[in-house]
Design a protein. Sequence first.
Lengths: 173, 100, 637
Amino acid sequence: MSPFFFYLFAFVLIFASLSVVLARNPLYNVLSLVVAIFSLSCLFVVLEAFFVGMILLLVYAGAVLVFFLFVVMCLNLNAISFASAAQSRLRWLGGLAGLMFASSFGLAMKSFMKAQAMEVSSVRGTIETIGKILFTDYLLPFELTSLLLLIAIFGIVSLAQGALSTGKETDNI
Amino acid sequence: MITLGSYLALSGIIFSIGLVGVMTSRNVLKVLLSLELLLAASNLSFVAFSKFNGDYAGQLIVFFVILVAAAEVAIGLAIVVLMYRRLSTIQADELRTMKW
Amino acid sequence: MVDACLVWTAFFAPLIACVLITLFFLKCKTSSSLIAIAGIVISFICSCIVFTQIFQNDPPAQLQQSLTWIHIDDLTINFGFLMNPLAIMMLLIVTGVGSAIFIYSRGYMEEDPSSPRFFAFLSLFAFSMIGIVLSNNFIQLFIFWELVGLSSYLLIGFWYHKPSAADAGVKAFMVNRLSDFGFLTGIILLWSLSDIGQGRSFQFTDLVSVVPHIAPHMLTIVALLLFCGVIGKSAQVPLHVWLIDAMEGPTPVSALIHAATMVAAGIYLLARTFFIFEPSATALTFIAFTGAITSLMAAILAVAENDIKRILAYSTLSQLGLMVMALGLGGPMQGMYHLTTHAFFKALLFLGAGSVIYALHHEQDIWKMQGLWKKMPITGTTFCIGTLALCGIFPLSGFWSKDTILALAFENNTVLYLIAALASGLTAFYMGRLFFVVFWGESSDAHHQGHGHEVHESPAVMTCPLIFLSILSAIGGFIGIPHFLFPQEAPEGLNITVAVISSIVALLGLGFAFNIYGKRPSSDPLAAKLGGFYIVLKNKFYFDIIYGWYVDCFQQTVAEYLERVEKEFIVRLCVGGITNLTRNAGKAFRYLQNGLVQFYASIFILGVVLLFLFLMKSFALIIALSVLPLFLFLWLA
C-alpha cells in the first residue's frame, strides 16, 4: 500500500510543480501550487508526520496561497501582456544553471546508495509527540518565531503606510 | 520498496524545478511561487530524514520553516504590490536601475 | 696619552662651521669667513696638541676609537679614527695649510657676493679631508673620498654662471666617479677575502693581519683596483684630464684642493694602506711606472701653457707623479715627505699666483704680466722661494724631499730614475719660464693701461699666509719630517751622487729658461722653435679629444639605445601593460552587473554547482562545465 500512495502523490507533486513553472495564466500558477502543497501534505501523512502535514495545509494552502490569490486578483494580471523582452537570452543561462544543478545530483550516487539502505523508524509525528518537544527543547525558537511574525507585520504595515500617505509617489521599494 | 533515497530524489526534482522557475520567470509573482516550491522541497527532505533517522528535530524545523515562509511571502507580496504601483508592471526585467 | 676628545673636536669643527654658515649666515660675508676660519683653526690647534701628545712617548703613541655603525651578520662597518704618526702629520698639513688658505681667501673673496657659500663649501671640504685622514676603515674612507669629490665639484663650479666652470666641475666629478668604481670594487673584493677566522673586516688594523693570508694574484688584483681610486683622485694618466680644467675654480680652491690636500689623498691612501701593496711586486711596478709617465707627460705639457694657474696645475701633476712613483718603488716615507714639502710650496705658489691675479683684476695669461717683482715685492719674493723649492735647489725643502725620491729611484730602477730626472729638469725649465715672464725685468705701464690704476701689493690678510708658507718651504728640510712620519725607520743619509746630479739638472733648466725668457720677449718663442710638436702640446696630447669622441660617439649611442629600451619595453609594455590589463579586465567584468536579479541568481546557482563538483572531486566536469557558462555569458552579454 505504501508504495502506491507514494508514487501517486509524488507524480501529482511533480506535475503540479511543473505546472507552477510552465503555465501561462498566473491564476493557474497559484492554483497549481495549491495542488502541489496538497500532495506534499499527503506525502507527509504517508511519512506519519501528521502535525506538520496539517500545519502545512492550514498555514500554507490556507493562508499564504490565498494571499497570493488576493494579489493576483488585485493586480488584474490578465490584462498585462508579457511581451518578450530583449533580455530573453539571459534566461537561457538560468535554464542551463538549473540543468547543471539537476545533473549534479547524479554525482551523489554513493550517498544515494547509502540512503537507500536506511531502515525506516517508528517515529510518529503526532501533535502529542511534537508538542512535547516543541515546548521543552525548542521553546526558545518557538517564542522567537512569534517575534519574527510581529516584525514582519511591522514591515508590511510600514511599507503600506508609505504607499498610502504619498499615493503613487513612494520611495519605499 | 520506498526508501529514503526515493524521497530525496523526489525532493531533488522538486527543488530543481523550483530553481528553474526562480531563474527564468519573467513574472515576479511566478518567482515568488517558485520560491515556495523550493521551500516545499526542503521541507519534504527534512521530514523524510526525520522519519528515517528517528529524530523529531526534522519535523520541528519544518514547522519553523513554514512559519518563516509565511512571513517572507507576506513581505514579498507587499513589495510586489508596491512595485506594481510604481512601475505599472510586474516584469522582473523592469527592475534594473542598479546597473553598471 | 692621546686625548680622544681633541681628535673628535678636530674632526668635527669644520663641519659645525659649515652647518652654522649654511643655516644662519648665508647672507653675512664677514661672519661666514670668520666662522670658517675659526673652524679650521680650532682643528689646527687640536692637531698641534695631539701632535705633542703623540710624540711625548717613545715609541710614539697610537690611538684608535670607533663606534659600530652597521652590524649585520658578517658585515661590520665602524665609524671612528685611527691616530698614528702618519695621520697626525697629514692632519697637521691639512689643517695648517688649510688655515693659511682660509685666512688668505678672506681677502681674496672679498669682492665676491656669494662668498658665504664659498666658505661653507670650503669648510665642508675641510671636514671631508680630515675624515679621509682620520678614517680607520675602508668604507668610511670611501664615504669621505666621495664627499671630498663632491666638495671639489661644488668649489670648481663655484662660479656656476660661467659655463666653462660648470663643465669643469662636472668633468672632475665624472672622472672621479669612474675611478671610484674601481676603488669600491677593490674595497669589496678585499673585504670578501678578509676572513681568517674572526669574520670579515674593513678596518685597517684588522687587514694588516689578513693580508699575508691572501693569495698573491688576488692581492695584486686588489692592489690594482685600489690604485684605480688613486689614479682618479690624484690625477694620474689616463685620468689626469680633470685637474687642468679644475683651475676654473677660485685660486684658494686650487691651492687647497688641487695642490696641497685633495690630490694628495691618493698618496696618503697608498701610504696608509701600504701593507696591501707591499707584497705585490707587479702592482708596485705598475704604480711606479704610472707615476713616472704622469710626471714626465705633465712636465712636457707645462712647457706650452700660458695660463699661470694651468702651469702650476701641470707642475702639481708632475710632482704627484713623482710621489706615486716613490710609493711604487716601495718608499712610503719618501712619498709622504715630498707630499708634505709639496703642500707647503705648491700652496705658496698658488696663493702667490692668486695674489697676482687679484692685483691684476683676474688676469691669468702670463704674457699679459710683466716685471711684477718691483710692484709686488712680497709676492715676488715668496713666489721666488716657492719656485726654487719646487725646482729642488739646495737648501730649500724641495731639494731634500725630491732627492730622497730620486735616490730611491737611482738605487732600484735606472729607467725610472732617468724619467724622473728628466721631469725634474723640465720642471726647473718651465717654472723658470713662468717666473721670468711674470716677475723679472722691467714692468711696462703699457700692460696696465687697460686696468686704469696702478698695480700694488695685495693686502696683509693675503700676504701673511704667503710669508708663513714661504718660511715653511725654506726650513722644511731641517725640521725632521721623515722622523715624524715614520718613526720606526732609520733616517737615511744623503746620497751625494744623486744630490749633485739633480742640482746640476735643476740649474741647467733654470739657465735654459733664463736664456730664452730673461730678456722678456713679447710672446712665446717656443711656438716657432717646436713647430708641429707645439700644436700637439697645445692639444694636451689629444686626451680630451679622444675622451670626447668616445663619449659622443660610443657612450651616447649606447645610453640612447638603453633609454629607448626602457621607455618602450619597461614603461610602455610592462607597466603600461599592467594598467591596460587592469582597465580592460574592469571593462569586461562591468557587464556582470546588469541590474537583473535573476541573472545574479543564475550565477549564484552556477557557483553552487561548481562548488559541489569541486567537493565531489570531478575535475573534468568542473573544467568542462565552467568553460561552458563563460562562453554562454560572452554570447549573451
